[in-house]
Design a protein around this ligand. Structure first.
Ligand code: 2IT
Length: 441
């Protein structure tokens, strides 16, 4: 860690993600001298390669705009590079390195053969028109297409990249590469190679994982109150499944504040989340405006200020601080499943773990998204498409398998499970063993 911090000073998110994994694997690493001999950790924390490129496009006023695009190909030990693209004003190499690093272990947990990658741009979709989004996606793909391929590197969506953006990028990829293999991107539309349930999969998978955790201790999610942060694709899928399982989503938040929903979210509100996402306004207040008397907006507050049984961070890294963790616990929260990547600050995780709040990390909880991308790749490669029942059954199986890997590697002497340790060790052992077997490369 000391060497890495000196080499990459200021890469806060990247160093944070590496530190968490190294802390978890320390004991098991020291039991394997062959890992140390092959310098597995030193090799694993460095991305295989990073592509950086200029993206220039013209806005609706005719002005020329320039952004920076990236693709971080992190690790290919267990399969081709796989991971999403993030379009957000705060994107930096540090952010994409943390996400690519996390993706490597997450993908290893899914049981599917996928390496880790991440990419994106400091382009902000906020306030952009549909035409501007299309022109940006096309300009971005003008560079990216040379780095990717269905057997090399398969991007998908992340924050700021959904079905619409994947559509524009796929269209441009075909023009440039003259390759018509749908498997080059996942999260496609369902009529042109996309898997049914891929849009829902991250949120659905997170709720299946939560159910697994609760069932292990003899509880059920039915009747529980849930606070959700964000109102994008992940928050949408999580709210939809929570409602279906009989839980009550009592809060949604955005960068502008929180909406309290005392009687619980309704199907109409869940549908409206899609409208809010497509508007590029990034304001959760719109929910309260649309549903007066049912959703109540407070500016500047987080979802963690609302009393709930279960907290589901579904938005952005470091969105839940130690202070938030304390507030949740004081209000009676007894479980937090991190759905966003690295959604909780280290202090929050430690506080939960030391104060009897069950906690599971993003790389386990949110892996249903990329796992269903893996199922989309399988369907594309076989030129078939599965129905919802088949995909959902596989997703259930994968989330149960991730949960049991966490239990296997995270079981504590007192019978409880350290899900952070479990997920990190299970993912690490799979990647490390594959790297060892493939020699010094
Ligand atoms: O963080 C993630 O796992 C994603 N954004 C999904 C990646 C994917 O390739 O589906």
């Amino acid at each position: 860690m000391a060497k890495l911090s000196a080499k990459y000073p200021g890469e806060k998110e990247y160093l944070q993600a590496v530190q968490e994994v190294l802390e978890s694997i320390e004991d098991i690493y020291n039991q394997h001298p062959e890992f140390e001999k092959a310098k597995i950790v030193e090799r694993m924390v460095e991305p295989d390669r990073i592509f950086t490129f200029r993206v220039t496009w013209v806005d609706d006023r005719g002005e020329v705009q320039t952004n920076t695009g990236y693709r971080v190909q992190f690790n290919s030990a267990i399969g081709p590079y796989k991971g999403g693209l993030r379009f957000h004003r705060a994107v930096t190499p540090s952010m994409l390195k943390f996400l690519g690093f996390e993706q490597t272990f997450k993908n290893a947990l899914t049981t599917l053969p996928m390496g880790g990658a991440k990419g994106g741009s400091d382009f902000s979709p906020n306030g952009k028109s549909d035409e501007e989004i299309m022109r940006f996606c096309q300009a971005f793909m003008q560079e990216l297409w040379q780095c990717i391929g269905p057997d090399q590197d398969i991007p998908a969506g992340d924050v700021g990249v959904g079905g619409r953006e994947i559509g524009y990028m796929y269209g441009q990829y075909k023009k440039l590469a003259r390759q018509y293999n749908t498997g080059v991107l996942t999260g496609k539309g369902s009529t042109w190679g996309g898997s049914v349930l891929r849009p829902e999969a991250t949120g659905f998978g997170a709720l299946y994982f939560t159910q697994n955790m609760l069932h292990r201790i003899g509880k059920d999610i039915k009747g529980c109150t849930i606070a959700v942060s964000g109102f994008g694709n992940v928050a949408w899928g999580a709210s939809k499944k929570a409602l279906e399982l009989g839980a009550k989503v009592v809060a949604l938040s955005g960068p502008d504040g929180v909406c309290e929903i005392p009687d619980g979210i309704t199907p109409e509100m869940i549908d409206y989340m899609l409208v809010m996402r497509a508007s590029n306004r990034d304001k959760v207040e719109d929910m309260a405006t649309r549903f007066p008397g049912k959703a109540f907006f407070t500016p500047g507050k987080k979802a963690w200020s609302v009393k709930c049984d279960i907290a589901l961070p579904c938005a952005f890294q470091n969105e839940l601080s130690e202070e938030d963790a304390k507030e949740l616990k004081a209000n009676g929260t007894w479980c937090c499943c991190e759905v966003s990547n690295m959604g909780c600050e280290p202090g929050a995780i430690h506080y939960f773990q030391n104060n009897g709040v069950m906690f599971a990390p993003g790389k386990a909880v949110n892996a249903g998204g990329v796992a269903t991308s893996g199922l989309e790749m399988t369907q594309n490669a076989s030129h078939i498409s599965w129905g919802a029942k088949e995909v959902d059954e596989r997703l259930h199986f994968i989330m149960a398998s991730i949960h049991s890997q966490c239990v296997q590697f995270g079981q504590q002497p007192d019978g409880s499970v350290d899900y952070v340790k479990g997920a990190n060790i299970a993912g690490f052992m799979k990647v490390a063993t594959a790297m060892l077997e493939q020699g010094i490369i």
